[in-house]
Structures are given as C-alpha cells and as structure tokens.
Write a protein that binds this ligand. Structure first.
Ligand code: PEP
Ligand code: MG
Length: 565
C-alpha cells in the first residue's frame, strides 16, 4: 500500500482499477545522426500528415477541447516550426525524432523565457503536439484506449490524449505532474472529472489494473489499499455522494443566513457553454463573463459571431439575473496573437490600457455588448484593471461616443444599461469612494488585487507562500471598498477566486458583501455554508478580524470560527 498527496482539482472520492499510461518511450529520444536525410524528411512529413488526420478526426466535446485542437493544428502548420525541423534534418543531419525534439525545445524555451502563466500553458500544448509527432515517427498510436471504467494514472496527460479517451470510462485522473492552471486541470473542471495532479512518482508505483482509492478534495490517493483503508474510502465516498446530492438538491434554496440575511450568488463563465451549469447551480446571474477567452480563440475575427454569443447569453440567463460582460482583459497572462511581449506584462499594456489604444477592437466589442443589452435589461458592462478615476472617465466617455454612434446608426441598445468597474488594483481600491461616483456597481477581482497589493505574482509557484488572501492589507482594502460602495449607494461584489471558497464566506459576508460571483460548483458549496451562518455573528467576527495584525492570525481566527459555526 502506497499513499501519495497532490493537488486536488475537481472533488470526488473514487475507488477503482487503474489504467496506467507512461510516456517514457516518447520522452527518451535518441540523439543520432542520419546518413539519409531525404528518408528522414519523408518520415517526418508522413508523421505530420498522419497527426493532422488524427487531430481532424477528433470530434471536440466542448469549447475547451475545440480550442486545444486548434492550437495543435496551428502548431503543426506553423511554417517557422516546420522549417526549423526540416533544417535540423537537412542541414544538421538529425534523425526526424531528434529534429522534432530540438525544434520543440527551442520553441518552448523561447516561450518559457517570457515567464508568464499563459505561455506556460502554450508550452504544454506544444509538448503535446510534439509527443504526437514523435509517436507517429516511432509508429506508435497516440490514442490511449480505455476500454473499461478506470482511474487513469499517468506521468502526465496531454489535453488531446484526454480528449480522445472514452469519457464514459474515465472514473478519475491521477497524474504525477501538473498544476491547477494546466489545461488538463481546466478540462477536469469543465467535464467534472475528479482529479489529483502533482502526485510525484505515483504512476511509477502503480501497476496496470491494480486497485486505487482517491479523495480529490483532500488530494490523497492510495495504491493497493488494505481492507481498513478501503473501508474508510468507502465511507468517505458515501459521505461525498450524499453531500453532492444534497448540494444539487439545495440549488433551489436561497443563499440566506440563519437570521435571514440574503446573499446573491452569481457565476463566473468564459463562454456560452458555462450558462447551463450556472443555471443548474441556481446562479442568480453571471457576475463575470470573461469575454477575452472568446477573443483569444478568434482574435480580430468574426465580430458578428461574438455579438451572437453575447445575445444568446443574455437571452438564456435573463430570467435568472444579470449578465455582466467584462470587456476584454487581454494582455498580462492572456496575450493575444500580435501583442508584443513585454518586460513586465502583468503591469503592462493590458485590459483597458490595451483597449483604449486599440479602439478599433474595443469599439466593436462595445457595440456587440450594447446590441445584446437591447434584448434584455439584464445586460451589464464592466471594465477591468481600472487604475483610477481619470482612466475610468476616459473609458466611460469612449462608451458614450460608441453609444452615440449606435444612436446615429439606429442600433438599438438599453439606455439604462448598468455600468461597473472592477476593483483589481490597490489604487482603485483606495479610491473606491471616488470611483463609486461614476458607476452603478463595483466588482472586486481579488485574484489581481491580492497580487498587486502584496506584490506577488499570482502565477509564480516559487513565491506562492506569499500569496495570502487573508493578509490584513487585503482585508482592509475589501472593507474599505465595501463601505465606500455602501455610502455611495452602489452595488458591490467579489468575483475573484476568494468568493468561491466556502471557508471565506463568514468573513466576506461579515465585511458587508451581499453579492459573490464564482464557478458553478462553488455556488453549491458557498450556498450551503451561507445557510449555516448567522449574519450578526459574521459582522462581529469581521470586526474582530480587522484588528488582527498579520495573515497567520487571521487564518487562525477564521479556522477557529469555521470550526465552531
Ligand atoms: C480577478 O482578478 O480576481 C478576476 C476576477 O479577474 P481574472 O482572474 O480574470 O484576472
Ligand atoms: Mg483580474
């Protein structure tokens, strides 16, 4: 019996037979020279052709899958990448596999040097395209056959490998590597597959078909559990199933504290396919539609298509609550094609800074959102990364300009569409009382607010220990924004990850937040927690927290409070 701990991604307790996949053959490319570059070139070209055919034959099951396949196709038709491989074979006389490995390495290193999370994810995709090519060169099919219900145990799994598997037979995923922002993690969330990543040497210790037990919420997996451990996992599984059933059944109940204080739970989505999950979780609206994900798939592309998506989202969601379109938060870790690499992209040309310079792109998006607003009074617009009132006023006056254009052209829109600003920078938080004068609502992006307040890159694992949502500086800013919004009569919410973690609910509710936006599954969990809270007590608790001097004290106090209530 061997136990390992990793990072739980999508929760679930699963006991089942392991299907083990390791990529060792493809990861050990022999560095040999060839006497016959012509023949190696032919091998390489056939491999590209067969991988392309393989990829085109896959029917994507979701938007995420479609995006990933698109990245492979563009990689395998990238003229620079292909030319480099051919040069490695023709001029340097590398074998086809070595030529592919060397070219991919060069590409990935160039992206790694840019050092941000978005590019790190692209590297995983490039590596995936590479392993498919190496497999085709070696005559190995990259399709992993899962012919009976199994827990997939692997050293790593590329998104395309996961996409190709028979989903009905995947009970869970246990991977040696990977983190919460990897594409496999994103897919495990969107497909609701229980998963633990970063398990170290787990796959090396697991035999095919052996019994494995896992609890993704705790991030623990056991190979060949003994009868006692199995019993404990069966008990946990029973509890987890009952909890999940209860969470789903409670989706119709209001998120209301024991003393009758109502909290509104909304959903964060990246595209139209998130709407159904939001509705079934009982979301009271979309608090954050990250529109830039649509732009990243099709940058500068068909605006009509995007307008159609906004309209469809508004139409589907309007019976339940508002749909908040955040304008393009491009740049930073979400650079689109053609955006030049910057020395310091997180503090650089991003979000409204980019949009106000590329007004051609911004104008089209604003028109699309305005058009959607004509269909439903539920449409709201929100601007990301606002750093102060002047920037906000500039953006608002551009919105007015675009509204005028619409009026002149007879494009209908809702004249009363609600306008909001995100609070993601310390400067915006500290001047929230001023910003409140210009908007109808404010939404705090704690992911960025924490990163900028503590000066700690949210994507850098090395300094992750400093990324403390409960740092007193963050809590004081949250309090200040909540109070400022209330004084000025504007709605205030939180849409960063902090809002979706049930353990923070007593503090956020106590600080005065009545609206929180999060992923669909988090809505179920946060609702449950809110229904056990006493609002008056949360307010007292938050008051007490505001007097604490460091993150550890606040973490400790919250743990204690959660233990008691
Ligand atoms: C945030 O910063 O908290 C936020 C919601 O925006 P994003 O995570 O997309 O940067
Ligand atoms: Mg943000």
């Amino acid at each position: 019996m061997i136990e390992r701990r990793g990072i739980g991604i999508f929760p679930g307790v699963v006991i089942g037979h392991a299907a083990v996949f390791r990529h060792t053959i493809l990861d050990n490319v022999e560095h040999a020279l060839t006497d016959d570059p012509e023949a190696e070139l032919a091998v390489f070209e056939n491999a590209v052709e067969s991988v392309m055919q393989e990829i085109r034959a896959i029917k994507p099951r979701s938007k995420e899958e479609k995006d990933i396949l698109g990245v492979y196709e563009s990689m395998l038709s990238d003229p620079d990448y292909l030319a480099l491989i051919k040069e490695n074979i023709g001029a340097r006389r590398y074998t086809a596999s070595w030529a592919v490995e060397a070219a991919t390495e060069k590409y990935s290193s160039a992206l790694a040097a840019l050092g941000d999370a978005y590019f790190k994810e692209r590297i995983a995709d490039i590596k995936d395209a590479e392993s498919r090519l190496l497999g085709a060169i070696a005559g190995i099919s990259s399709e992993i056959i899962v012919d009976k219900p199994s827990i997939i145990v692997a050293d790593y799994l590329t998104p395309s490998e996961l996409i190709q598997m028979n989903r009905a037979n995947i009970l869970a995923l246990l991977l040696d590597t990977g983190g919460p922002t990897s594409h496999v993690a994103i897919l495990s969330h969107s497909e609701e597959i229980p998963a633990i990543l970063g398990l170290g040497d787990f796959s090396r210790n697991t035999e095919d078909d052996s019994i494995v037990a896992m609890d993704a919420r705790e991030g623990v997996a056991v190979i060949c559990p003994d009868e006692k451990v199995l019993r404990s996992f069966r008990a946990k599984k029973g509890i987890a199933l009952r909890n999940e059933k209860e969470l789903r059944e409670n989706a119709v109940l209001p998120a209301e504290t024991l003393d009758g204080h109502r909290i509104h739970l909304m959903c964060n989505i990246e595209g139209l396919e998130g709407i159904d999950g939001a509705i079934s979780a009982g979301a009271e609206g979309i608090g954050l539609f990250r529109t830039e994900f649509l732009a990243l798939q099709d940058f500068g592309g068909d605006e009509e298509k995007k307008a159609g998506i906004y309209e469809e989202a508004a139409r589907k969601m309007s019976p339940f609550g508002p749909v908040t379109f955040r304008t393009y938060d491009l740049g930073g870790d979400k650079a689109a094609d053609g955006m030049a690499a910057e020395e310091n992209p997180i503090l650089g040309w991003r979000a409204v800074r980019f949009c106000m310079e590329r007004k051609d792109i911004f104008r089209k998006q604003l028109i699309s959102i305005l058009r959607a607003s004509a269909l439903s009074p539920s449409v709201r617009i929100m601007f990301p990364m606002i750093s102060g009132s002047e920037e906000l006023k500039d953006v608002l006056s551009f919105l007015e300009e675009v509204k005028d254009e619409c009026r002149k052209k007879g494009i209908a829109f809702d004249e009363n569409m609600k306008i909001g600003t995100m609070i993601e920078t310390p400067s915006a938080a500290i001047t929230a009382d001023v910003l409140a004068d210009y908007v109808d609502f404010m939404s705090i992006g704690t992911n960025d607010l924490i990163q900028y307040t503590i000066a700690v890159d949210r994507g850098n694992e090395r300094i992750a220990y400093l990324y403390r949502p409960l740092h007193p500086a963050v809590i004081r800013l949250l309090k200040y924004v909540a109070d400022s919004a209330k004084k000025k009569g504007v709605t205030v919410s939180i849409c960063g990850e902090m809002a979706g973690q049930a353990e923070y609910a007593p503090l956020l509710v106590g600080l005065g937040f009545d609206e929180l936006s999060m992923t669909a599954h988090s809505i179920l969990e946060v609702r449950k927690r809110i229904r056990t809270l006493d609002w008056e007590s949360c307010v007292d608790f938050a008051d007490n927290v505001l007097s604490l001097r460091d993150a550890s004290s606040i973490e400790h106090a919250l743990k204690e409070y959660n233990g008691k209530t």
